[in-house]
Design a protein around this ligand. Structure first.
Ligand code: GLA
Length: 413
């Protein structure tokens, strides 16, 4: 008799986990916010305002300029796509001037180009920019997204109560699942709780969300990228173990190709984001991006590090006097010995490259038969090196050297 309630509780917690089968590797795509913000002035700035035209243009460029074949697949709207009020029937309405054909038509357009479609909402009374939030309309909105054939939902957390998020975010995740349309679920749940002094329940977060934000919004500056790198390094013991296939930490968008990062800094952002197994969401004007930044975003070898199927988030393994070494275990795996991606970064501001000398063993690469070592930006193959081999890299100020060490099998000696 007394056993029954426990059984019910157990069933209800196990049945309702997200498990939507999505985001087995970190999502890749394009997201409007960092670059295009809440520009709603299509009269004076028709080419840059948040409108169906902007998303169609970016869709076309993601396909035509090789981003799609490099792995970028989601075209995601961020804030400011809505009318200021819901319709009389309570439904969400896209701004009728900026999205004259409606959201389903945009979704169809993106799908017809072979890509996937993401949308933004907020678990609160309003979105961060003051448009209608989902509170009170959770069920209607989840089904509305399914009807619009949405593949990815970013749910922000402005104008809501952080202590209610455990319930609210998990409830909306279940509602998304109940629609029968699989949608990647991007949550801002932990970041708002951290700001409110609440320690997030990460085992719940990773059960319900495919990705989640932990820290500040990225801005168009190296300082902002550095702050994020520091946050992820300083808090890695808490954060890194939560990442894995289907559930990822999200250090926010890639700002590569915009105004604030130099070429070296852009390479560093891409390297560290891939070490972190971060979602790769470009927020950049693909009409005007310079070729050297495009090459960074399309570096297949570094994308492969980010997308490694083992899904292990890497860590900062060394930090001293402005030099940092970050390491991510990746496949192939041999006899429980991983291969590794290693990023050496130079946070110093003296204007000359810094030399870093280290043995493979000191980096944790201890397999007797060695590792084939390759530079992932310079495309140089250093051949097979052994644990006692000392390597020396020269790292430019605010730049990076990124290596991969592929574990060797005995017969490959
Ligand atoms: C918050 C989020 C950002 C962006 C804006 C939109 O600040 O963290 O990523 O979505 O809201 O208003």
């Amino acid at each position: 008799m007394f056993a029954a309630p426990w059984i019910i509780i157990l069933l209800s917690t196990t049945c309702y986990s997200l498990d939507n089968g999505l985001a087995k590797t970190p999502p890749m795509g394009w997201l409007s916010w960092e670059r295009f913000r809440c520009n709603t002035d299509c009269v004076n700035d028709p080419d840059n305002c948040i409108s169906e035209k902007l998303f169609q243009t970016m869709t076309d460029l993601v396909v035509a300029d090789g981003y799609a074949t490099a792995g970028y697949e989601y075209i995601n709207i961020d804030d400011c796509w809505l009318e200021k009020h819901r319709g009389h029937d309570g439904k969400l309405l896209a701004d009728h001037q900026r999205f004259p054909n409606g959201i389903r038509a945009l979704s169809d357009y993106i799908h017809s180009r072979g890509l996937k479609f993401g949308i933004y909402e907020d678990y609160g009374n309003f979105t961060c920019a003051g448009y209608p939030g989902i509170i009170g309309y959770e069920q209607e909105d989840a089904f509305q997204f399914a009807e619009w054939n949405v593949d990815y939902v970013k749910l922000d957390g402005c104008y809501s109560l952080p202590h209610e998020m455990d319930l609210g975010y998990s409830k909306f995740g279940k509602l998304l699942n109940s629609t029968g349309k699989a949608m990647v679920y991007s949550c801002s749940w932990p970041v708002y709780q951290i700001y409110a002094g609440i320690q997030p329940n990460f085992s719940a977060v990773k059960t319900y969300c495919n990705l989640w934000r932990n820290f500040d919004d990225i801005q168009d500056s190296w300082t902002s990228v550095e702050n994020i790198i520091d946050y992820y390094g300083n808090n890695q013991d808490l954060i890194a173990p939560n990442a894995g296939p289907g559930h990822w930490n999200d250090p926010d968008m890639l700002i590569i190709g915009n105004f604030g990062l130099s070429y070296e800094q852009a390479k560093t952002q891409f390297a560290i984001w891939s070490i972190l197994a971060a979602p790769l969401l470009m927020s950049v004007d693909l009409r005007t991006i310079r070729p050297q930044f495009k090459r960074i975003l399309q570096n297949r070898k570094i994308i492969a590090v980010d997308q490694d199927p083992l899904g292990i988030q890497g860590r900062r393994i060394y930090k001293h006097k402005g030099i940092e070494i970050w390491s991510k275990p990746i496949g192939p795996l041999y006899n429980n010995f991983y291969s590794y991606a290693i990023a050496f970064i130079n946070r110093r501001s003296d204007g000359t490259p810094s030399d870093i000398s280290v043995t493979l063993k000191e980096l944790g690469l201890i397999h007797f038969y060695g590792y084939r070592v390759e530079d992932l930006y310079e495309n140089v193959d250093y051949g097979v090196l052994y644990p006692n081999t000392k390597i020396k890299v020269k790292v430019n100020p605010s730049g990076v050297v990124m290596l991969k060490g592929e574990v060797q099998l005995p017969n490959e000696m």
